[in-house]
Design a protein around this ligand. Sequence first.
Ligand SMILES: Cc1cc2nc3c(=O)[nH]c(=O)nc-3n(C[C@H](O)[C@H](O)[C@H](O)COP(=O)(O)OP(=O)(O)OC[C@H]3O[C@@H](n4cnc5c(N)ncnc54)[C@H](O)[C@@H]3O)c2cc1C
Length: 399
Amino acid sequence: MTSPHSDHFDLVIVGGGMVGAALACACRDLDLRIALIDAQPPQRDWPADSVDQRVSALSRASEQLLRRLGAWPRMQALGVSPYREMVVWEGLGAGEIQFDSAWLGEPNLGHIVENRVTRLALWEQLEQAPTISLLCPAKVERFECGSETTQLHLSDGRTLSAGLLIGADGRDSRVRAALGISCDLLLYDQHAIVATVEPEHWHRETAWQRFLPTGPLAFLPLADGRCSIVWSAEQHRAETLLALDDSAFAAELETAFDQRLGRIHALGPRASFPLRRSHAKHYVSGRAALIGDAAHAIHPLAGQGVNLGFLDAAALAEVIAHAQARGRDPGHPTRLRRYERARRHDNQQMLLVMDGLKRLFSNANPLLATGRGLGLSAVDQFPPLKRGLIRAAIGLSSR
Ligand SMILES: Cc1cc2nc3c(=O)[nH]c(=O)nc-3n(C[C@H](O)[C@H](O)[C@H](O)COP(=O)(O)OP(=O)(O)OC[C@H]3O[C@@H](n4cnc5c(N)ncnc54)[C@H](O)[C@@H]3O)c2cc1C
């Protein structure tokens, strides 16, 4: 162990978003000095009836991880919204598929959770951990990567050194850039518009998704009856939609959603995010590793991004704990590559599947639309395949 007064840490995690905070939590009981650095503190309070514009559909696997980390009870107290069914349908014709948690003997398929809730619950765990130094707000400005340690220069003038450096600093990761790791990058010509809406009819605790040729539109159910929407649309269309006043936007939304939940009564503020697919060519370089969006960014059409990130955090924590338990160096590149082997291939598969779905459903060719509709309906009539698909989507088939 190093001196508690030194600026050396065994493990430095840059980025305390949901994924970096989960990794820190998973490592807090190891005999390591850990620093978690983030430019932005978590949001601590908010008006009672407000909803974060950023929500995530968290899989059952993510719930299990968050339970093990001790964050889930606090998240439940702050508010999580279960969804028990999922309905997906083709925008250009017939074809629909439904999934129900009851077929799996599960209470739900997952939960819709505000990102601020997940992050705060994890940070509150970290605040009680004596092994963790939370350096926040602090931004890492510069890295000097050596063979034994990395020096980090922070915006507040501090300098730290790290035996093991983790980049959990999101899709524009500076850690990734400092390590010289390049990415397979594809900028989609789509932006995701997010907002909270109040539909006329109850959402039936169902996650709804319509595949339109211009991009998928999801209505994610919230416990209070409202829905959080994620509407992916080509950039030009997204800009037009964002510029509409509330009633014109609501009318467009009702049409795009086939009025499945009736009229849209109320609409919260809208925001939009440019969409991309990116995958780091390596997750590990020397004594450093990437996790979460720093390693991979994915189209949100199946709500997998942070779920994959949590699996990265779990796999990396396991590698670190394993080394630690045997008195070995957890930052040794050979050990870190076990993490890369455990995760990169699985993430690559998921990225390719999402990319394929995005391309397949964004095509307005009527023949293809008919084929898609028939395909959805055919899968809908084949319970074993449906069960397999949904188990994979909600993370019940993951290790
Ligand atoms: C519209 C939309 C909908 C989505 N829906 C879902 C969903 O339903 N389900 C799902 O699983 N995923 C979803 N995602 C993906 C999910 O939001 C991301 O995968 C997730 O937020 C990534 O978390 P992260 O912790 O890896 O990165 P981030 O959330 O980007 O966190 C990175 C952190 O690093 C900090 N940071 C960055 N640079 C520095 C620096 N130099 N110094 C210090 N700190 C730094 C930032 O302040 C930030 O807190 C969606 C994404 C979008 C765009």
